[in-house]
Design a protein around this ligand. Structure first.
Ligand code: IDP
Ligand code: MG
Length: 142
């Protein structure tokens, strides 16, 4: 069964002009893009998106960074989308991420790690609804 996940190309990667290379890696890995937009979150929106991390020592740095510039938000579809996308992006800290993963290739630090991927199907649904309405998602089966 095809499932969905939310991907975000983070402000560091947009600033470094590697959006095209990252999208290429994603589509070559077999994901279908069914929604995509370029947006800039406000600080309050970033705090809401990362609500689960409120209280963590890096919450302020994370939400400041995620609202610091444009991001590319995508809804991706694939068999086991959540698990396979987490494998494609690699460990949170780019130095720990396996060679070939997106964070290894494009991340620069644990905070500025180039890309986000939902960590469970439940969180994927919440995160997709945070950025997209139903009419903004295409149906490749049609
Ligand atoms: P994940 O993105 O791999 O799921 P989480 O632990 O959920 O990692 O953290 C969310 C995001 O918060 C990370 O992708 C990273 O950008 C940032 N982050 C996590 N830990 C740190 C830290 O120790 N310092 C700065 N930023 C961090
Ligand atoms: Mg996480």
């Amino acid at each position: 069964m095809r499932t969905r996940t939310l991907a975000i190309i983070k402000p560091d990667a947009v600033r470094r002009n590697v959006v095209g290379e990252i999208i290429s890696a994603i589509t070559h890995a077999g994901f279908r893009i069914i929604g995509m937009k370029l947006v800039q979150m406000t600080k309050a929106q970033a705090e809401s998106f990362y609500e689960v991390h409120r209280g963590r020592p890096f919450f302020e740095e994370l939400t400041r960074f995620m609202s610091s510039g444009p991001i590319v938000v995508m809804v991706l579809e694939k068999e086991r989308a959540v698990e396979d996308f987490r494998a494609l992006i690699g460990a949170t800290d780019p130095r720990q991420a396996a060679p070939g993963t997106i964070r290894h290739r494009f991340g620069t630090s644990i905070g500025e790690n180039a890309i986000h991927g939902s960590d469970s199907p439940e969180n994927a649904e919440r995160e997709i609804a945070f950025f997209f309405s139903l009419t903004e998602l295409v149906d490749h089966a049609l």
